[in-house]
Design a protein around this ligand. Structure first.
Ligand SMILES: Nc1ncnc2c1ncn2[C@@H]1O[C@H](COP(=O)(O)OP(=O)(O)OP(=O)(O)O)[C@@H](O)[C@H]1O
Ligand SMILES: [Mg+2]
Length: 281
């Protein structure tokens, strides 16, 4: 098993109202093959939840196990190796970059995990290619590139460590539609071909519908839904989750109201088109 939360809560000590940012979380993320989207309104606790997954922060109550290590760790027990197993790309990638050049930044992780310098560089180049960063970018400063490019560098830095579980906090934010689709296709490939688990925070319901195999919804720090998309949009409390419908469902609803076209749920643009081609008007 990869990551297991048992009744986990987290309270930030600076919290003025003494409330918990996540509450009574029970959640298991398998170490292979999952594609989980974490959804919820701003402030719902998504970033707080995922920062537990690679031991950046610890539960203030409950039990958390990451690849067999109970967290918080015992005195002097190291947790660094967990960051190789679970790679986290931050919500704001500029906090994650710090080396002088892009290629040094991407190879920092593997170098730190005891691979040789040459091997680290090789991993870094492979990861850079995977996210579409060409050789012309290698020696640029990670602080003199666009937000979208910074995000790619941060993703490459995590991929270069070859984690089992990849946790991505809004990885497509600030990308144009082409960049968004390319980035998502990379994660899809990693999930399908390398069988790595992906945990993805996003506000983009079209991404959720197209890629996620499982959806977890947070509301005010609690999990209010954990299941598949087919069940999410028809959930009796959906209107309380502060979520939007994906575009294909919105179009189908509209066509149903205006043209009486039967509402048969379709979750991607491609499936919607196939369905509409077969509809007799
Ligand atoms: N470092 C911190 N110190 C104190 N409070 C924090 C800290 N980080 C987050 N919080 C609080 O914890 C709650 C959950 O925040 P979190 O960042 O996990 O939400 P989120 O779901 O990721 O939101 P967003 O969609 O805006 O990124 C919020 O009320 C937030 O103000
Ligand atoms: Mg967040």
């Amino acid at each position: 098993m990869g990551i297991q939360f048992k009744s986990v809560s987290h309270e930030y000590f600076s919290f003025s109202n003494n409330d918990e940012a996540i509450k009574d979380i029970n959640l298991t993320i398998e170490k292979e093959g999952e594609f989980v989207a974490i959804l919820g309104h701003t402030g719902a606790g998504k970033s707080t939840l995922v920062q537990h997954m690679n031991a950046l922060i610890y539960p203030t109550s409950g039990e958390l196990t990451v690849f067999g290590t109970n967290l918080p760790p015992k005195k002097r027990e190291k947790v660094n190796h967990l960051r190789q197993k679970v790679g986290l790309v931050f919500q704001f990638p500029e906090y994650q970059l710090f080396e002088n050049t892009i290629i040094e930044d991407i190879s920092f992780g593997p170098k730190n995990f005891k691979v040789t310098k040459d091997h680290a560089l090789e991993n870094a180049k492979k990861a850079a290619a995977l996210v579409g960063l060409g050789e012309d970018m290698y020696n640029k400063s990670p602080f003199q590139i666009s937000g979208g490019q910074m995000r790619r560098v941060a993703v490459a830095g995590v991929l270069a460590m070859d984690p089992s579980i990849l946790v991505l906090d809004e990885p497509t934010r600030g990308l144009d539609p082409k960049g968004r689709d390319e980035t998502m296709e990379i994660f899809k490939r990693i999930n399908e071909e390398e069988n790595k688990s992906i945990v993805l925070i996003t506000h983009d319901m079209d991404i959720v519908s197209k890629y996620a195999k499982r959806i977890v919804v947070l509301k005010e720090g609690r999990i209010v839904f954990d299941g598949c998309k087919e069940d999410l949009y028809v959930h009796p409390d959906f209107h309380l989750f502060n979520l939007d419908y994906p575009t294909p469902l919105k179009i189908l609803k509209y066509l149903n109201e205006k043209l009486n076209i039967p509402f048969v749920p379709r979750y991607t643009k491609e499936d919607l088109i196939t369905y509409l081609k077969g509809v007799k008007l």
